[in-house]
Design a protein around this ligand. Sequence first.
Ligand SMILES: [Zn+2]
Ligand SMILES: [Zn+2]
Length: 202
Amino acid sequence: MESFAQLLAVSTKIHGHLCAGQVIGVRMSMAALEHIGILDPKGVDRKKLYVLVEIDRCATDAIQSVTGCSLGKRSLRWLDYGIMAATFVNLASGQAVRVVAREEARALSADYCPEIVDKYQRQLEAYKVMPLAELFTFQEVRVPLQDCDLPGRPIRRVQCQRCGDWVQDCREVEQAGRILCRPCAGERYYQVVAEADRVGRG
Ligand SMILES: [Zn+2]
Ligand SMILES: [Zn+2]
């Protein structure tokens, strides 16, 4: 695998700026991959790796950059927990590690770069050199994954019996004997303001 400096440079470019989250995400990913025996995440090991990330913040971009996993490839899953943590799964061996960024690291950063006055700059520099055990906690975990959550062709496509939208990947819901999409089953996040013609007559 590439060096920390190389990986940080790439993730900073993809993310758009250098920030503490990039440092956290790169170090978290490198440590986790080593832990589960993934040496070449973007090469020979790319089909063995699956990542579940528990927050959508800066570090998430770094995790994506280092691991090569992405939402579009279905090798990255986002769980909206608001926790700076991610679980890295070796699909071949079943080994998995959940890594949580420790809140204590913020205060500990003062021990490493006391000369830096700006708090955020100090954290960024300290996180580059702090021992992993001060930055993260590691849990060995088991992650039961369903076939319909994994990369590969969709297992099935069904049509919602209320709105007509097509649902892939077993995300349909059965309600009172009808097959519905999740929005129609009560999880709709939008309100339709105007119905444009689906056939596209303008
Ligand atoms: Zn950032
Ligand atoms: Zn529907």
